[in-house]
Write a protein that binds this ligand. Structure first.
Ligand SMILES: [Zn+2]
Length: 696
């Protein structure tokens, strides 16, 4: 176990502060209610990860969970590892005494003695692991997973209060009064409960989990819809917006959509002052409450909070079509992706700092183009949330640039959060690491190496559920056809929106090789569209249908409309050029440096690949020397490395902050770069993504 035990990053006094109940919040919680769990509306039968099949403002709609299976190559290997290692290992941890998450539910249910352990949001992280399990079940139909979930759901049901309340810290500890202080993250737990329950219903057809979520959503509606002052500022780690929209989609109960929208409408409407409901957690821009979303121009505050909020708002837009909302989301997406995102797709530049409106912030966004490498925070969750926001925007707008971001995050700043063994995790994902630069003993979430358990366990299940649901991101249904969002060996067996069957296979060694072959196995007789994403980096891409060329524009979808038949073959070839990228001139931290990227994969230099004792800071890349990509089966579980000539600068003496410099002495070194996601798998090492460059 890692010795760097994480401290409560709320960092404000005792975690057992019992605050006075405020307003009517308390009374609505533990009172008895007879609430039969009957579904007042007929349940929806679509099975998408986000079920936008009937959403009026969506261009690209989800395929059903289980329609796509990775069959060979990179993502097939990752999915298999999720199935065999990541999800089972995590289950053992969370159900055991180290994770204690399941214990919390058992104690809350009166089935076990003990105290609540873990952060306030630990329930939510347990629901994320359950969600991951359901995606795996959706593909492999392993009855054991179903039985395990049924047992757990039974316990969760017993933990739920008669009125529908369900968050184990307050159920276990009488000193915590429900919905009296937002630092308890009750709505975060709510959001993951509702999402996980919807997924469980979609893949199993059972309503045992959904019934619990319905009872809880009804409780939330009763509590929040009167918009009393005491609850107005609660929605801040806004997974409940996404959860409520999925509940609406599943149950067709409009109140849930109304409440989801209300959580957007209430934000930015209260005075930014500390009150009993906010004490113990930063206020203002940190939690996106200074400016109403529809008026906001800048992504601010905690990056996870912000991006869950935007993702939820995109779900609401999918149902309501409100122009002011999508205009704001367009501005915010652009601000994140074009001014505050790392080359790895990571977001949240700093652990602590201030917003441009001078509110204290943590784990979040700072000024545009202010992109430190060494101290970059880049929480794994934030990176994943970035791709979740883009996934929703892909649906709503139908433009390939959103899938480019999903791909970028997946292949880089998401996967860097987990070890190649699948059992150790990073919370932060910096772009540079130098021995001795950070005092890890003083930091709570930065780690010198990935750890097998993190006290704040939000990231690991978020990442594992993302890998487990990745087949569902690979394709979307268009008005009359299918879009191919992600590449990798897979089989698709789905129905188009008109109900006709479409079966196809995709063969590829992506991301190591840019050749993709898609073969139609079964389809309707009438013409339909196959829409291929041509990544923005893929200059010179060619697409051929049965040998005939089709136009391919990088950064756009290539839409091929024709009468397809079984045996038709699409061959796509994306040149995997090794590219040196420089940052926007405004990014001072990377002036005269380059990052190296090949296809969707960002590369890095790591000390195990350098002569012993070399400082990562002395490694320069030779701009004129050719680089070569080579697949190495025995390196880091099998990756394509980039062979390059480095210039190693002779170390400088002295520790002065500023010193006179004369022309440095360099030594040539034939070395290699490895994929960023695979760093830190060979012991504690130094890392660098942006390298100084020398041109002849
Ligand atoms: Zn996290």
């Amino acid at each position: 176990m890692n010795k760097h035990v994480m401290k409560n990053w709320l960092a404000l006094g005792s975690v057992l502060v019992g605050l006075a109940a405020c307003g009517g919040a308390e009374q609505t919680s533990k009172k008895e209610k007879t609430q039969p769990v009957a579904h007042r509306h007929s349940l929806d039968t679509n099975k998408g990860i986000i079920d936008n099949t009937n959403s009026p403002n969506v261009q690209l709609k989800s395929i059903d969970i289980g329609d796509c299976r990775w069959t060979q190559g990179f993502w097939a290997d990752k999915f298999k590892q999720a199935e065999e290692v990541m999800v089972p290992y995590m289950g053992t941890v969370l159900k055991g005494d180290v994770g204690h998450a399941y214990n919390n539910f058992k104690i809350a249910a009166g089935l076990q003695e003990g105290q609540h352990k873990g952060f306030w949001w630990h329930d939510g992280d347990f629901y994320k692991w359950m969600e991951a399990s359901m995606y795996i079940y959706g593909v492999n139909q392993d009855e054991k997973i179903l039985q395990e979930m049924d047992e757990i759901i039974e316990v969760i049901g017993q933990a739920q209060q008669p009125d529908g309340y369900l968050s184990t810290p307050a159920i276990i500890n009488d000193k915590i009064k429900p919905f009296t202080n937002r630092k308890y993250h009750e709505l975060y737990n709510s959001g993951h409960l509702m999402t996980s329950a919807c997924i469980h219903y979609r893949v199993t057809g059972q309503t045992n989990f959904l019934d619990i979520a319905v009872k809880h959503a009804d409780y939330l509606y009763d509590l929040f819809s009167p918009k009393t002052d005491s609850v107005k500022r609660f929605g801040f780690n806004q997974t409940q917006i996404m959860g409520l929209v999925e509940m609406y989609r599943t149950t067709q109960d409009k109140r849930y959509l109304e409440l989801a929208e209300q959580f957007i409408n209430m934000r930015g409407q209260s005075k930014v002052i500390e009150d009993p409901t906010t004490k113990g957690y930063p206020i203002g821009d940190m939690v996106q409450e200074r400016v109403p979303l529809r008026e906001e121009n800048e992504a601010v505050g905690h990056a996870v909070l912000a991006l869950y909020y935007y993702a939820g708002a995109a779900d609401v837009y999918a149902e309501t079509g409100e122009q002011a909302l999508i205009d704001a989301l367009d501005r915010l997406w652009d601000n994140v992706v074009n001014q505050k995102m790392y080359v790895t797709g990571a977001v949240g530049q700093t652990h602590y700092g201030a917003s441009t409106r001078r509110d204290k912030i943590e784990e979040g966004f700072i000024d545009a183009y202010m992109m430190p490498n060494l101290t970059a925070y880049n929480e794994t969750c934030a990176n994943i949330c970035n791709s979740m926001f883009s996934h929703r925007m892909l649906g709503v707008k139908g433009e390939s640039k959103y899938a480019d971001i999903m791909e970028l995050v997946l292949h880089n700043s998401a996967l860097s959060g987990i070890s190649l063994a699948g059992t150790e995790y990073y919370y932060g994902n910096p772009l540079r690491k130098i021995d001795g630069a950070l005092d890890y003993e003083k930091m709570n979430t930065e780690l010198p190496q990935r750890a097998p358990y993190l006290d704040c366990f939000c990231c690991p299940p978020n990442l594992v559920r993302t890998i487990a649901k990745s087949p569902g991101w690979a394709y979307s249904k268009s008005a009359n056809g299918i879009s191919v969002n992600l590449y990798g060996g897979n089989e698709l067996n789905t129905t188009l929106l008109d109900g006709s069957v479409l079966k196809l296979t995709q063969t590829s060694d992506y991301p190591w090789d840019g050749a993709v072959k898609i073969e139609i196995k079964e389809c309707k007789a009438e013409p339909f569209d196959i829409i291929l994403r041509v990544p923005n980096w893929a200059k010179g891409t060619s697409i051929k249908v049965n040998g005939q060329s089709v136009e391919a524009v990088p950064g756009q979808f290539a839409k091929i409309t024709r009468t397809w038949q079984s045996g038709d073959v699409i061959e796509m070839d994306m040149p995997m050029e090794i590219t040196m990228l420089e940052g926007h001139p405004r990014i001072e931290e990377v002036r005269n440096q380059v990052a190296i990227k090949r296809g969707p994969v960002v590369y890095c230099v790591e000390t195990p690949d350098l002569p012993k004792g070399t400082s990562i800071l002395d490694v320069y890349v030779s701009g004129d020397s050719p680089m070569k990509a080579e697949y190495e089966e025995d390196l880091l579980g099998g990756v394509t490395a980039i062979k390059a000539e480095f210039m190693l600068r002779q170390p400088q003496s002295g520790d002065d902050m500023y010193r006179a410099v004369s022309k440095p002495v360099f030594e040539k070194y034939q070395g290699q770069l490895i994929p960023y996601f695979a760093w830190s798998n060979r012991g504690e090492a130094e890392l660098n993504v942006f390298l100084p460059v020398i041109w002849e």
